[in-house]
Design a protein around this ligand. Structure first.
Ligand code: S3P
Length: 176
């Protein structure tokens, strides 16, 4: 049986908050890949993008993902773009059940506007349109990578965490 839970999904789907709840419930260790990338670079993600560019961030993200994927008994909150590099997913799959948190572009826009975090890829003239386009191109990647898909529409974080735990139980039953 796999010992890690990895949460994937678009920016603003609640990956970090749900991962925190899941870590509390399961006793697994919370690992936040964006936070590890910022720690390793010694600056926030927004500055990595601005000063070093997206390619440098993706390289760092791949290194951090590979290292984290080797750990055990963790809830891993991934950055929204982790699926862009198939190597990230391949290494995560070794010991992680991959859970895709799905939300509509409208809900994502509302959440990213409300949470105050600076998201470099959404600093555009029309973030609503940017979200729609990025979601369109990433949707197949999230779906392909996922072992479990959770529709977070209209749900509070607590309810999403509960759905993930139920989903994991069903997944493990099928896996036996
Ligand atoms: C990104 C998502 C961000 C962060 C970076 C790039 C993306 O993480 O890794 O800004 O490409 O979707 P969150 O999904 O945690 O906001």
């Amino acid at each position: 049986m796999k010992t890690n839970i990895a949460l994937i999904g678009f920016m603003g789907t609640g990956k970090t908050s749900v991962a925190r709840l899941l870590a509390e419930r399961t006793g697994k260790r919370l690992v936040e890949l964006d936070e590890l990338a910022a720690l390793s670079a010694g600056k926030p993600i927004s500055r990595i993008f601005k000063e070093d560019g997206e390619a440098a961030f993706r390289k760092l993200e791949a290194e951090i993902t590979a290292k984290a994927a080797l750990g055990k008994d963790q809830v891993i909150a991934c950055g929204g773009g982790v699926v862009l590099n198939p190597a990230n997913i391949a290494i995560l799959k070794k010991d992680s059940v991959i859970v895709y948190l799905k939300a509509s572009p409208e809900e994502i826009l509302a959440r990213v506007s409300a949470d105050g975090a600076v998201r470099p890829l959404l600093q555009t003239e029309d973030p609503a349109q940017t979200i729609k386009q990025m979601m369109e191109s990433r949707k197949p990647l999230y779906e392909q990578a996922a072992d479990i898909v959770i529709d977070t529409g209209g749900l509070k974080l607590e309810a999403v965490a509960r759905k993930v735990i139920d989903g994991l139980r069903d997944y493990e039953r099928k896996d036996k």
